[in-house]
Design a protein around this ligand. Sequence first.
Ligand code: FEO
Length: 170
Amino acid sequence: MIQENIETALNKQVQKEEFSSRLYLAMAIWCEVNGYPGAAAFLYDHTNEERMHQMKMIHYINERGGKAALYELEAPEAEFGSLENVFTQVLAHEEFITRSINELYGLTVAENDYTTGNFLQWYITEQVEEESAMRTILDKIKLVGKDKAGMFHVDKDLETMAQRNTSGNV
Ligand code: FEO
């Protein structure tokens, strides 16, 4: 049976994963209507990944005798200004999620809940991969700057990454 304070902390993380999904959805929409179809495809795909992170945690809470809860969500921003700004915000958000997962892990250690700590290992590894992928994308965007041909290629690369994810060959 999961402890109440751990259950609450996990449910707050469920909320953050759900918000991540909505935030990337808002970004995908912005990209789609601003001429970045590849970035849109990548972010639509990432929206689904965040949903999967949320669902994985919901099932864990329920399987341990707790009850997953859905908290209120803020509306994400709708205007992002530039692709560089989109991915600057994606990276900052992923860093925030990493800190949140680490705090959650710290709580499980303090409470001797090794089962939940073990469950969170998956998220810790996932965050390393996500931060690294987003940093690489942001670096590429910064490198091409205002060069339109370069930006076209970056967008194409993002489309390829989205297709790879969708077909499961990450
Ligand atoms: Fe669920 Fe992108 O972290």
